[in-house]
Write a protein that binds this ligand. Structure first.
Ligand code: HEC
Length: 301
């Protein structure tokens, strides 16, 4: 489990030396007392105090060690509540470090000074992850998960690699751990989770309406819900509750998303929340591109 076997050996040697030393002192003390007793011509008996002491002292020391050890073990195994959760597994080409269902990378990006809980999974065959800079090594058996938590202390790039089965770094699993300063991690994360970076506009628009919960109130198939369906929305002739009318074009959609309360479509309740500050202009443009496909001559049903 430990990243370096030397540490385990050092631990065993230290414990053995401590036990040996205490036993030696005990034996020498008893021998010395016996010699003195014999010198004085008395019968020797190990003094009661010494017997109790030689029992209690090691027991007390062992209990203290177990207590502090257990406390450290709990601290080392239970991650703090606000930890960043990252799962690691083997992707098609190297590592798949996943931050959410949508956000993943083939190298491990982390913010500095923030606890991270890393969970390693391997559906097929054992998989080992090694990050020497953190003295971290974990092996997930086939079909199992293991996790570790840690906090990176220095913003820099470090080596990271994996071994699958045999104990040799696998070329495809050689990667890096990039520890960012706080704002730079947020920028990296935002760029990774930006749907416009991940998909072409129409696809991004579809994901945006899913992610922002629009489909709770709007259908894609023409059936009205709390709000009108998105099917065929562009070009529709609109009558509002104040009697004014308009033809739904891209600027109408933009307006509906940012100031839904300013024009309420007749026959619907004015319950749509504003997405001002939540959707950028480019996001709304992608949603409009998606709406373009939602009509008779569009590509989608
Ligand atoms: C809580 C329910 C609700 C949510 C969530 C919601 N809307 Fe609406 N939306 C409505 C209702 C109700 C109307 C009709 C009344 C109005 O005009 O405000 C409407 C109207 C619209 C219209 C005008 C439709 C037309 O046929 O004239 C558009 C465009 C629109 N919403 C887009 C969106 C988008 C995009 C999202 C997500 C980013 C969204 N809505 C989220 C309830 C909702």
């Amino acid at each position: 489990m430990s990243a370096d076997p030397h540490f385990s050996w050092l631990l065993v040697a230290t414990v053995a030396a401590a036990v040996g030393f205490v036993t030696l002192v005990d034996v020498l003390l008893v021998l010395n007392l016996r010699r003195h007793a014999e010198d004085r011509g008395e019968d020797f008996e190990v003094p009661r105090g010494l017997r109790i002491m030689s029992l209690l002292l090691p027991l007390g020391a062992a209990a203290a060690l177990v207590f502090t050890g257990a406390r450290d073990l709990v601290q080392a195994t239970v991650p703090p509540l606000h930890s960043l959760e990252v799962s690691a597994s083997r992707g098609e080409e190297g590592w798949d470090f996943r931050y959410s269902p949508e956000v993943a990378a083939d190298s491990l990006h982390l913010p500095v000074h923030r606890p991270v809980r890393l969970t390693l999974e391997s559906p097929e065959g054992p998989l080992t992850l090694k990050i020497p800079a953190l003295r971290l090594e974990r092996t997930a058996r086939a079909g199992a998960k293991v996790s570790a938590w840690f906090e990176a202390q220095v913003a820099d790039t470090f080596a990271l690699w994996g071994e699958a089965g045999h104990r040799a770094p696998e070329e495809g699993l050689r990667s890096a751990m990039v520890v960012h300063s706080g704002p730079s991690f947020d920028r990296w994360f935002a760029s990774k989770s930006d749907l416009l970076e991940m998909y072409p506009p129409v696809e991004a628009g579809r994901h945006l309406v899913e992610r922002h919960g629009c489909l709770v109130c709007h259908s894609l198939d023409g059936s009205p819900r709390t709000g009108p369906s998105f099917w065929g929305v562009l070009g529709r002739h609109r009558v509002f509750s104040d009697g004014t009318t308009a033809v739904a074009d891209s600027s109408y959609v933009r307006h509906s998303v940012l100031q839904p309360q300013s024009q309420i479509v007749q026959g619907f309740p004015g319950v749509m929340p504003s997405f001002e500050g939540k959707l950028r202009d480019a996001d709304i443009a992608a949603i409009i591109d998606f709406f373009e496909t939602l009509r008779e001559n569009g590509e989608e049903q």
